[in-house]
Design a protein around this ligand. Structure first.
Ligand code: AMP
Length: 186
């Protein structure tokens, strides 16, 4: 049985942690374009070199690159049981994903939106920076990523909400509390 869940929400909202938990409980594959891109950078592939500066500055890499990564992953799957984490991030990506899912006859089941006030996001991302040593977690880059979220990704709320599968989740609280709220709507 296909199952397609799209995690929406700003950087630092805890999508990655919740996606890992839900993926293991529901036997879904977590598809994080951020992780895929970091993996290319770590391996020093041609793509990794090409995107390094863009990613480290907090801007988005091109729609073509991330859509191609997602297309490759989906085309290798027998049943489409996925959580998209950090994708789509633009309306163009969402439209491309609609086309891919249509071809695969795999409709979107739900779109949880993780909501956290911006001031708290800034603090959370900087706390994570101390632990994970990510080059895009410096204060200037964090501001850029939040701005990119507001300008390019937040419009996806209006894209999915009219379809009736957007689920707003208060993402403040412990991991377990947020997970319980997520499970209540999935
Ligand atoms: P994330 O780990 O999801 O916060 O992604 C880290 C960085 O990778 C972002 O700031 C972007 O530079 C890049 N990135 C990840 N996913 C996407 C996407 N769907 N579209 C464009 N750029 C992305």
């Amino acid at each position: 049985m296909h199952k397609v869940i799209i995690f929406l929400g700003p950087p630092g909202a805890g999508k990655g942690t919740q996606a890992k938990h839900l993926a293991s409980e529901l036997e879904l594959v977590q598809l994080s374009t951020g992780d895929m891109l970091r993996d290319h950078m770590a391996r020093g592939t041609e793509l990794g070199q090409q995107i390094k500066e863009i990613q480290n500055s907090g801007r988005l890499v091109s729609n073509e690159i991330v859509v191609a990564l997602i297309r490759d992953k989906l085309s290798a799957m027998e049943s489409i049981r996925v959580i998209f984490d950090g994708f789509p991030r633009t309306i163009a990506q969402a439209q491309a994903l609609d086309v891919l899912l249509e071809e695969l006859s795999a409709p979107i089941s739900s779109v949880p939106l993780f909501e956290v006030p911006e001031a708290i996001l800034r603090q959370r991302i900087l706390d994570r920076a101390a632990k994970e040593n990510r080059a895009d977690d410096t204060p200037e880059v964090v501001e850029k990523r939040l701005q990119v979220y507001r300008d390019e990704t937040a419009p996806l709320i209006g894209y999915y909400e009219p379809r009736g599968n957007l689920k707003r989740i208060d993402a403040l609280g412990t991991t377990d509390e947020v997970y319980a709220r997520l499970r209540a709507v999935i």
